[in-house]
Design a protein. Structure first.
Ligand SMILES: Nc1ncnc2c1ncn2[C@@H]1O[C@H](COP(=O)(O)OP(=O)(O)O)[C@@H](O)[C@H]1O
Ligand SMILES: O=C(OP(=O)(O)O)[C@H](O)COP(=O)(O)O
Length: 396
């Protein structure tokens, strides 16, 4: 028997199906800049609607503290409708009278998006009253969001205990593909971790050092390590409070025999904007009024050198502020080098994360990777061998 109930086990006709999806997609000026996560949920939505169910989509967007119009899911609704090729409704809350009325008015085969779950404090607290208020809106619960499975939130975990629950098609295929690709990875394994979510991803790097042979750290993540080692990082994105955690990661790596690769040179600018005047400097030469926005060419060469002796690459987090050219250079160069070797059959390359996938698409290499996951943090936690609350809650 499969570990999870899937849509194959569900009687969907006429049912109100609460579907946890991840509409936390990269956006710029109200426009979706990478639709991978939207494409990923279409099979599940279509499965529900063609079988006469009512698909009620739940998602967070960003990390708002309470209701915040700039983090609304409303601009995502036309993007979902366009890719689905069907009308999609929207209601400005995910609980309460307005949501209840909109769900009651939803016909069989129709689709509705509810407003950002994180507008309510109960979401991240997984508060029982908030879970109950959402559960009232559905007969069944489907989790199709592997990328939020590491969160023990009301819409990712709580609801699975309140309603008959099922894994969606994307959730199923992510778990299948990652298990196949990485259950017993060929060594040496190189993990590449960058990005901006330093506080939520730094701690897990300690455990990751026990699983991989080389850990290359870049992006905003690297700045915290550089600062912890005593380098001045100026105005860079950096969590100075987390210096002790960064030092612990370095100690764990030493104990595990995992080689750590940090930037040796960086690209710095005084403004966080595209084409800002910039210079390449050694990591010991960042001025007080500068910020690190990318890794430098020497660092790229260093990582390219490591690629020559590894058999598996796992990657989450861009190496720089890739949305702002030319600070995409290191990410693009490393992505191309990995893709070339994957395509030549010299290594297996798996990458994941909302922005990482966007960066690989921007570099035009996503198709040349062995597997690309929608998930970043969840992918790293899965790789560590951690039980993911959103996945565990779906087990039979
Ligand atoms: N040096 C840097 N300074 C500021 N932002 C950075 C830097 N390096 C990377 N980033 C940002 O990190 C973000 C992606 O991080 P993250 O959300 O952790 O990745 P993912 O979504 O792939 O899991 C991008 O928006 C990118 O601009
Ligand atoms: O974008 C996401 O994760 P990712 O940046 O690790 O790929 C998910 O939507 C989770 O978002 P969160 O890290 O705010 O919980």
């Amino acid at each position: 028997m499969a570990a999870f109930r899937t849509l194959d086990d569900a009687d969907l006709a006429g049912k109100r199906v609460l579907v946890r999806v991840d509409l936390n997609v990269p956006m710029e000026d109200g426009r979706v800049t990478d639709d991978t996560r939207i494409q990923a949920i279409l099979p599940t939505i279509r499965d529900i609607t063609t079988r006469g169910g009512r698909a009620i989509l739940l998602s967070h967007f960003g990390r708002p503290k309470g209701r915040d119009a700039s983090q609304s899911l409303a601009p995502l609704v036309p993007a979902v409708a366009q890719r689905l090729g069907a009308k999609v409704g929207f209601v400005d809350d995910c609980i309460g009278a307005s949501a209840e009325q909109a769900v009651a008015a939803l016909g069989a085969g129709e689709v509705l998006v509810l407003e950002n779950t994180r507008f309510h404090a109960g979401e991240e607290k997984n508060a029982p009253d908030f879970v109950a208020a959402m559960a009232k809106l559905g007969d069944l619960y489907v989790n199709d969001s592997f990328s939020t499975a590491h969160r023990s939130h009301a819409s990712t975990e709580g609801l699975a205990h309140s309603l008959p629950s099922f894994a969606g098609r994307s959730m199923q295929s992510e778990l299948d593909a990652l298990t196949k690709a990485l259950e017993a990875p060929e060594r040496p394994v190189l993990a590449v971790v960058g990005g901006a979510k330093v506080s939520t991803k730094l701690e897990l790097l300690g455990n990751l050092t026990a699983k991989v042979d080389i850990l290359a750290i870049g992006g905003g993540m690297a700045n915290t390590f550089l600062a912890a080692q005593g380098y001045a990082v100026g105005k860079s994105l950096c969590e100075h409070d987390l210096a002790p955690t960064a030092l612990k990661v370095l100690e764990s790596a030493k104990a595990a025999g995992c080689e750590i690769v940090l930037p040796v040179d960086v690209v710095v600018a005084k403004a966080f904007e595209a084409h800002a005047p910039h210079r390449v400097v050694g990591v010991d030469a960042v001025a007080e009024d500068e910020m690190i926005l990318d890794a430098g060419p020497q660092t790229v060469r260093l990582i390219a050198g490591k690629l020559e002796r590894v058999k598996t690459v796992v990657w989450n987090g861009p190496f720089g502020a890739f949305e702002l050219p030319p600070f995409d250079a290191a990410t693009v160069a490393v992505a191309r080098a990995v893709a070339d070797r994957a395509e030549a059959g010299l290594l297996l390359a798996v990458a994941g994360g909302g922005d990482t996938v966007a960066a690989l698409n921007q570099a035009g290499v996503a198709e040349r990777f062995s597997y690309v996951s929608t998930a970043g943090g969840a992918f790293l936690e899965w790789l560590e061998g951690k039980a993911l609350p959103g996945v565990e809650a779906l087990r039979r």
